[in-house]
Design a binder for this molecule. Structure first.
Ligand SMILES: Nc1nc2c(c(=O)[nH]1)N[C@H]1C(S)=C(S)[C@@H](COP(=O)(O)O)O[C@H]1N2
Ligand SMILES: [Mo]
Length: 252
């Protein structure tokens, strides 16, 4: 008895199906190879083929418009969880020829209007500390403990509210060899600090003495060590790792 569900098929039918499947399989491989060739031969935008950069930029728009909220905070830990031995990673813009004694933080309010702020002045502002899981795009992370002044408090104290209406904040090392750009909303998030202490002690030289950025909502690439200048802009400030193919937003 033949079941209703069963179908008698001829060997010719099976052969045709097999040939079609193989032809399709082969065509897809060829299409894949051609697409890959096309993609890798596209002009680059900041070290990434343009179509891929368009996807990264699209992700950034999506996150900044729909997902980002200043109330999204990074998880914090008790300082007892902080690593005593903190990893040192990246020394661009941290050359030996740095005159610590002459250092002042420069805040460019507008071209020709720069504030020069000493470390003592920064230390006189309300101090906050944070212990969080510091994440590097290289794939490591470490719970670390930092202290300094909230960027948002700093903005209030130095009347930078109107400058913060601009979309981006740029930061450079004094020698301008390392530089980052950060969307203003993320830098104003309450966990972002201008940091001068690590594990309760002044920042070690290789960790950014006298002042570094700590911004837990971003990957390590944005936590610029040894801040020289801060400025504001409506266009994306130059960004070291962005130029080398990374995502500009670099959010977590
Ligand atoms: N000036 C400067 N800041 C920098 C870097 C750098 O090369 N130069 N590297 C960044 C990267 S990729 C990471 S992961 C963190 C590492 O901070 P740490 O050395 O305190 O661990 O610093 C960031 N800030
Ligand atoms: Mo990093």
């Amino acid at each position: 008895m033949v079941n209703d569900q069963e179908k008698i098929v001829s060997s010719k039918y099976i052969r045709n199906r097999t040939i079609t499947s193989f032809a399709l399989f082969f065509l897809l491989i060829v299409a894949g190879l051609f697409s890959w060739r096309w993609l890798t031969h596209q002009p680059e935008d900041n070290s990434v083929p343009r179509p891929l950069r368009a996807v990264l930029n699209g992700n950034e728009k999506f996150f900044t418009n729909f997902i980002y909220s200043p109330s999204n905070v990074s998880r914090t830990y008790s300082p007892t969880y902080a690593a005593p031995k903190v990893r040192v990673n990246g020394d661009d813009g941290m050359g030996e020829d740095f005159d610590v004694t002459a250092w002042k933080l420069q805040v460019v309010r507008s071209p020709g209007d720069t504030l020069f702020i000493s470390l003592d002045e920064i230390k006189s502002l309300p101090k906050t500390d944070i212990t969080f899981d510091f994440k590097c795009i290289e794939g490591w992370s470490q719970v670390t403990h930092w202290a300094g002044v909230k960027f948002s408090d700093f903005v209030k104290k130095y009347n930078l509210t109107s400058e913060c209406a601009m979309q981006y904040v740029g930061l450079n090392t004094p020698d301008k060899k390392y530089y980052v750009g950060i969307d203003t909303r993320s830098i104003l998030q309450p966990q972002t600090i201008l940091c001068y202490e690590m594990n309760g002690k002044p920042l070690p030289m290789n960790q950014g003495y006298p002042l570094r950025l700590i911004i837990p909502v971003k990957y390590g690439i944005k936590h610029l060590k040894r801040i020289g200048t801060i400025f504001f802009s409506n266009s994306k400030p130059k960004d070291y790792w962005y130029e080398r193919g990374y995502d500009y937003y670099a959010g977590l």
